[in-house]
Design a binder for this molecule. Structure first.
Ligand code: IMP
Ligand code: MG
Length: 183
């Protein structure tokens, strides 16, 4: 086992900043979904921490579900296929779905996930992402709710990983470049 902290170059968003922004996002969603039938879906694994904090601040009854999916091919190639490893079990027909994401990067996976949920009959599908890296966008997709728009730097913590490590850090940090050099 290793201590992850020395591998963090600097903290981009600390616990307090994250907590405050998550509460603001949840307040907006609470206001916007007053008369809706809300189902919150998160794409594993990265969004699990954000999802847990977010739903506890939404002051509405809601249902939640998880899915695990990736797009075929590399981040920039769009083969038009979504590899669904684990699908949602909730019937979303006629429901208002909010997809929770940790980070919107190329947007390739998320655009397929959005289509997939519409294909299942959802009445509306919106996206709430904690982090947005607009510079990296390939797919034609924008989030409806964005926590923080960030520079094109690789971040870890608060659910986000590098090679499955660092997910449990309570803050969002920038990894030292030597930690992912050669990858
Ligand atoms: P994309 O938008 O389809 O390219 O995929 C987004 C996914 O890439 C996220 O859900 C993350 O799992 C991963 N990702 C993108 N940027 C970062 C980052 O800076 N740190 C950790 N994971 C990232
Ligand atoms: Mg991920």
């Amino acid at each position: 086992m290793f201590d992850p902290t020395p591998n963090i170059d600097r903290i981009l968003l600390d616990e307090q900043q994250i907590r405050a922004r998550v509460a603001e996002l949840a307040d907006k969603v609470t206001a916007d979904y007053q008369d809706k039938d809300l189902v919150v879906i998160s794409v594993l694994k990265g969004a699990f921490v954000f999802m847990a904090d977010f739903v506890r601040s939404v002051k509405l009854n809601l249902r939640l579900d998880f899915m695990s999916a990736s797009s075929y091919g590399s981040g920039t190639s769009s083969s038009g296929k979504l590899n669904v490893r684990m699908d949602i079990k909730t019937d979303v027909k006629g429901k208002d779905v909010l997809i929770i994401e940790d980070i919107l990067d190329s947007g390739v996976t998320l655009s397929y996930v959005k289509k997939h949920i519409y294909d299942l009959g959802a009445a509306s599908v919106k996206v709430c992402t904690l982090l947005d890296k607009p510079e990296r966008r390939v797919a034609d997709i924008a989030a409806d709710y964005v926590g923080f728009s960030i520079e094109n730097e690789f971040v870890v913590g608060y659910g986000l990983d590098f090679a499955e490590d660092y997910r449990n850090l309570p803050y969002i940090g920038i990894l030292k470049p030597e930690c992912y050099a050669g990858i």
